[in-house]
Write a protein that binds this ligand. Structure first.
Ligand SMILES: NC(=O)C1=CN([C@@H]2O[C@H](COP(=O)(O)OP(=O)(O)OC[C@H]3O[C@@H](n4cnc5c(N)ncnc54)[C@H](OP(=O)(O)O)[C@@H]3O)[C@@H](O)[C@H]2O)[C@H](O)CC1
Ligand SMILES: [K+]
Length: 506
């Protein structure tokens, strides 16, 4: 059994915004007695080392350098490539007479190394590698004019692409693309891993990510309380934060009793998936409250389940009394039955995970509530999040970090904002980003499986904050293991069950 470990697991667990990195840049430069060129040289050297490791046979490259210090990094790298005997051309965009002192020194270094420095003229055929030194964390508006043309030319060229610090066009804080963005095979990011590399469009354009601290003093790299933390199954396992194997003398009563509410007419599969993943995640007992007609299907699939056909909120009450956690939403529907079920669930104080139609009902004005005194996890995808905040899906995705935090604040619950680079937000402002997961998860039922995992962990007594992090990482890591075994396309929600069981025991 391979343990989940992705290419992102070698990255630091503290993620940063552009402002936080800029502040570190300045502090580091102060400690270098104002010598910004020293730091820029280290950036160019680190990037060149990654180039040699990734493309040892690279013989010719074109560096596309912008008007700022990202361009400065490019000049340093070009000089090193030239010293190394590579055929090196550097094409400049923007007014190079406006270069900072550090970048001016780097330009002089490239000139003395014999780099062929010319204004932007398009990319020659036959070069092995294009280095994107157009923009880094100073990008502040959409790319236009020559910059947009250069990005399009880089993306159209058949050479490999290495981005310095961040793919140009990608917004460092949100992972949103400003107009267009370079699509890199490798991004070498400096000093701090920008949070935008790992969510929204970041993973689509960054390629593999290498991190270089530039040997700045360790005390500068200590995580700040408001920094977003990177999590994964591997990270949680290293921290000893996963359930792990059970003690010998335990019995089912100790592992909680989860109640799953949903499976309206025509949606029995959703609650079946949630119920099975709940058992597979270690719940001692799992009950299901659903509509008439689903009992045979559920019991034939999972005879261990206790299934009740519930027709009213009153009939749900005995189930609620016995439960140590509730998962409400998979296949719930928004008709009168679904509303009756949600009404009873909200009236209870049992730890709760809400998903799918439970969230869509909660978003309606007449359902508005908050959960300050209850252990609750909400698990919206961007569309459900948009309804919960009465904004558009585009607005949610425009700044996923802010959206997740707004939701947590608004509902006083832990929020899982699903999607590429799933985010976990706490009402007190804490924020995590999960780097496990893959596009194969965009298939029906994956959210139902996650609800079951979370209901099981809540039933076992973990806090909502622990449950959200563990649940997301176990669920995504299981999907990674299944995708590695059989491919992302055609990955089905039910495929995760075996790996979920394995990952809660490792
Ligand atoms: N010594 C250091 O600080 C180190 C920095 N590193 C590298 O530097 C970049 C950050 O460099 P910076 O100069 O702040 O900005 P950029 O190079 O990313 O951008 C250049 C300037 O371009 C302007 N800009 C922004 N957006 C656009 C746009 N859409 N179109 C045209 N021009 C744009 C902007 O200037 P303004 O005057 O408009 O603000 C930018 O300043 C960092 O990413 C690292 O690569 C070293 O790595 C470490 C040392
Ligand atoms: K760049």
């Amino acid at each position: 059994m391979t343990r989940p470990y992705t290419a992102r697991d070698h990255l630091p667990t503290t993620l940063m915004t552009a402002a936080q990195v800029k502040q570190l840049d300045q502090q580091a430069i102060e400690r270098l007695h104002g010598d910004g060129f020293e730091l820029m040289s280290r950036a160019g050297e680190a990037a060149f080392a990654c180039l040699l490791q990734r493309w040892p046979d690279c013989d010719s490259l074109v560096v596309v350098a912008g008007p700022g210090n990202n361009g400065g990094d490019g000049y340093v790298l070009a000089a090193l490539a030239c010293y190394h005997g590579m055929h090196t051309q550097l094409q400049t965009l923007g007014d190079h007479t406006q270069l900072s002192d550090s970048a001016e020194q780097a330009r002089a270094m490239a000139q003395s190394a014999g780099v062929d420095i010319v204004p932007w003229q398009g990319l020659p055929d036959g070069c092995d590698l294009v280095v994107d030194a157009l923009f880094g964390i100073g990008l502040n508006t959409e790319l236009t004019g020559d910059y947009a043309q250069a990005v399009a030319a880089i993306n159209a060229h058949d050479a490999a692409v290495m981005a310095l610090d961040i793919a140009s066009g990608l917004q460092a804080d949100t992972g949103v693309i400003l107009g267009d963005a370079v699509r890199a095979d490798l991004t070498v990011t400096f000093i701090g891993v920008k949070q935008g590399l790992l969510t929204a469009a970041g993973p689509d354009v960054s390629g593999d990510i290498a991190y270089a601290s530039l040997s700045i003093d360790g005390d500068l790299l200590q995580p700040t309380p408001d920094a977003c933390q990177r999590i994964s199954w591997h990270v949680l396992q290293q921290q000893g934060s996963l359930p792990g194997a059970r003690r010998g003398n335990s019995h089912k009563g100790e592992h909680g009793h989860a109640l799953l509410v949903g499976g309206n007419r025509g949606m029995g599969g959703a609650i079946a998936l949630a119920a099975e993943s709940c058992y597979r995640s270690g719940a001692g007992l799992v009950s299901v409250a659903t509509v008439e007609g689903h009992v045979p299907m559920l019991l034939s699939r999972r005879p261990e389940l206790m299934v009740q056909e519930v027709t009213s909120g009153l009939a749900l009450a005995p189930q609620l009394d016995k439960a140590t956690s509730i998962g409400c939403g998979p296949g719930l529907g928004q008709d009168s039955w679904g509303q009756l079920m949600l009404q009873s669930v909200l009236a209870s104080d049992v730890p709760l995970v809400l998903d799918a139609d439970a969230l869509n009902l909660l978003a309606k004005p007449q359902w508005q509530t908050s959960f300050a005194q209850r252990s609750v996890v909400l698990t919206p995808h961007p569309g459900e999040a948009a309804r919960l905040l009465q904004v558009s899906r585009e607005q949610i995705q425009a700044d996923r970090f802010a959206s997740a935090q707004q939701l947590a604040q608004r509902y006083q619950a832990v929020v899982v904002l699903k999607g590429q680079g799933t985010l976990v937000a706490h009402p007190d402002g804490r924020l995590c980003l999960c780097t496990d997961g893959n596009p194969g998860m965009a298939s029906g039922g994956m959210g139902d499986v996650l609800t079951g995992v979370m209901a099981a962990l809540l039933a076992q007594g973990y806090s909502a904050w622990q449950v959200a992090q563990m649940g997301v990482c176990i669920h995504s890591a299981a999907a990674d293991l299944e995708a590695q075994a059989g491919g992302e396309r055609g990955l089905l929600a039910a495929d995760l069950m075996h790996s979920i069981r394995t990952l809660v025991n490792l």
